[in-house]
Design a binder for this molecule. Structure first.
Ligand code: PEP
Length: 250
């Protein structure tokens, strides 16, 4: 028995121009037509498209969110965007701690935790990303790394209304490589246990997504793995047909 509704989320990364709007509109239309009751759908466009996507989905049920936020609500932080601004632009969620942010911008678990707290303060859901590198997995440290990231990146008041966890092994992102279904189930079971131990029943309800080279042709088996509550999709979320095929497999 699994009361957690599946969530399929698309991370557009640094892709998308105004001309991408029809692609998003197709996603919204298909969702309204077919999937609404079975699966939650979210798209995380770049900041520049957030308002137009939020307008395009108004009332239609597809969530939109941003890919990062600053921990503070406002102030002298040139180039940054706050969780409050994301909410004001029509967003409902924000990805925090994506491995590309951790690698490219040196974000620590403490930074990620502060951003997740900012998300809650602004009324956004935080999609908190964790995942080991290839070296860490080969050294047998995957659980230790992911456990440490969860401990450091999740606020003490995390619950299912405010937090989604995404397990994204770094070596699977954008590479076409994926863990086996057994490896996915094993790590998701571990994460589920960590959440339950720390947050009790609140933790048991937090959704845990798998991310890393999810495609239409592997989505069904990855999404059927034990303790997988959905997917965070990068490259394949840019094409409405691929993204919708993944969502239908959920
Ligand atoms: C991601 O970066 O969140 C991701 C899962 O990317 P991809 O699907 O392209 O591997």
């Amino acid at each position: 028995p699994d009361a957690r509704k599946k969530l399929v989320a698309g991370n557009w990364k640094m892709n998308g121009l105004a001309a991408s709007a029809p692609e998003f509109v197709r996603i919204v239309g298909a969702y309204q037509g077919a999937m609404k009751s079975g699966v939650d759908l979210m798209v995380f466009p770049p900041f520049t498209l957030l308002t137009s996507f939020a307008t395009a989905t108004r009332g239609a049920g597809v969530g939109v969110g941003a890919q990062d936020c600053h921990a503070k609500a406002s102030g002298a932080h040139t180039g940054d965007v706050s969780a409050e601004m994301i909410a004001d632009a029509g967003g409902q969620a924000v990805i925090v701690g994506h491995s590309e942010r951790r690698a490219d911008h040196g974000e620590t678990d403490a930074d990620v935790c502060a951003k997740a707290e900012a998300a809650r303060r602004a009324g956004l859901v935080a999609v908190v990303c964790v995942g080991e590198t290839r070296e860490q997995r080969e050294a047998g440290d995957a659980r230790k790394v992911v456990g440490g990231q969860l401990a450091g990146s999740l606020p003490d008041n995390a619950d299912a209304d405010h937090v989604v966890v995404a397990y994204e092994p770094v070596w699977a992102i954008g590479t076409g490589l994926t863990p086996t279904v057994d490896e996915v189930a094993e790590m998701h079971g571990f994460i589920r246990g960590e959440l339950s131990n720390r947050f009790g029943p609140d933790g048991a309800a937090i959704r845990v997504l798998y991310g890393g080279s999810v495609k239409p042709d592997n989505a069904k088996e990855l999404l059927a793995a034990a303790d997988v509550d959905g997917a965070l999709v990068g490259g394949a979320s840019l094409k409405a047909d691929d993204f919708l095929a993944i969502a239908k497999a959920a």
